[in-house]
Design a protein. Structure first.
Length: 385
């Protein structure tokens, strides 16, 4: 089986990485046949999108699919909170994955994945691992190298999103190990390190729990989502999209939430003006996770360099909200001019059948969306019709 898989992967890596938009045949993914149109997942008909866009199933057997990272060759690596890291391969170049490979398992919440120079970095709760030259050994993944093992072991908000910045440093958040507390460093902050784990340094603080960030494709300035505290009511505070163009900024937690909501305990004697306000207040408890600047060529020009956000959805609000993909439009590189729904329908009334987590481009400019509730990955494309 391993030799057959190796041949399949080798054939995939030799193909063009642009998707074929022609007729689709039935393909096989983990013995579960998928036909792109004739056997379309009926739940996808519940999703509403702007005119000209469509959503399809890209991968249908990726349990607890969360963070996504795509290699230059088009392999999509997937982190989870249930111990497994996957590689998802579209070996016949038809924009539907046909192979899911277990890279590793029995890890501790390996939510974060990132690719650099052919190496796969994986973030567990308390460690950063590296799988060297992963694409040439997908069928027999290498033993990981421990890059850094000094992260806290706390379970709450211990899962991590990671990404390499334009400075070639690996950015790693450490969430607050609580709903509301003031534990000091290293908690409630965003850190960065060299690729070998050295020079671990603070980038930004006052961040309760960010599970998604990215850099503007032109200015290379950082934007990130942040999940605010619970138990102040259904409508307070709002979750956040933040803009951090320089290091050293403090975004308010645990003293202020959403920029101007003082914490009833930790906000006493503090001034909101001492902290960086959010670029956008996204709504109360929508749970914004993955963030992606659109930098492809498939979508209309109005979407280029705009921000897509995966809203995982509220977990304890009396009336559920979120469970959607939203769009933040920028005027230039730093001024927000609107915040709107892009893809909606995972929440039907007060029943949710899916929860978007992360976003990632494919080489053709389409957009992948992971769903940890349903254990799948979707592909959003633009057809113009």
């Amino acid at each position: 089986m391993r030799s057959v898989l190796a041949i399949l992967i080798g054939a995939f890596l030799s193909l063009s990485i642009a998707c074929d938009s022609g007729p689709k045949d039935i393909i096989d993914m983990d013995d579960d046949p998928v036909e792109r149109d004739n056997n379309r997942d009926k739940d996808l008909d519940k999703i509403t999108l702007p005119p000209g866009f469509r959503i399809d199933l890209y991968a249908n057997n990726v349990p607890n699919a969360r963070s996504l990272a795509r290699s230059e060759n088009g392999v999509v690596f997937v982190g989870t909170r249930v111990g497994t890291v996957y590689a998802v391969v579209d070996s016949n170049d038809d924009c539907v994955a046909d192979t899911t490979i277990v890279i590793d398992e029995d890890l501790r919440r390996p939510n974060g994945v990132a690719i650099r120079n052919g190496d796969l970095y994986v973030a567990e709760n308390s460690r950063i691992l590296r799988y060297d030259q992963i694409e040439i050994s997908l069928s027999q993944p290498p033993t990981p190298v421990v890059v850094y093992d000094g992260l806290p072991t706390d379970a709450l908000h211990g899962w991590k999103f990671i990404a390499f910045g334009p400075d070639d440093k690996l950015y790693v958040p450490i969430g607050a190990p609580c709903n509301i507390c003031d534990k000091g460093q290293p908690y409630a902050a965003l850190w960065r390190m060299n690729t070998d784990g050295s020079n671990f340094e603070l980038y930004a603080s006052g961040i309760r729990n960010t599970v998604g960030f990215g850099w503007h494709p032109v200015t290379e300035e950082l934007w990130f989502t942040d999940n605010q505290r619970d138990y102040l009511g259904d409508d307070v505070p709002s979750d956040e999209l933040n803009y951090a163009p320089v290091p050293g900024l403090h975004f308010g937690y645990p003293y202020f939430h959403a920029g101007d909501v003082p914490d009833p305990v930790f906000g006493q004697g503090r001034n909101a003006s001492d902290y960086r306000a959010p670029a956008v207040r996204l709504g109360p408890h929508v749970a914004p996770l993955g963030l992606e600047f659109y930098d492809g060529d498939m979508f209309p020009a109005e979407y280029r360099h705009q921000i897509f956000i995966a809203e995982h959805g509220s977990w304890n609000r009396s009336q559920k909200i979120g469970y959607r993909i939203t769009l933040v439009r920028l005027n230039g590189s730093s001024e927000v001019i609107s915040y709107e729904t892009f893809a909606d329908g995972w929440l039907q009334g007060q029943s949710n059948w899916g929860r978007p987590v992360d976003l990632e481009h494919l080489p053709d400019g389409s957009l992948l969306v992971s769903d940890d509730q349903k254990g799948v990955i979707y592909r959003i494309s633009y057809t113009g019709s």
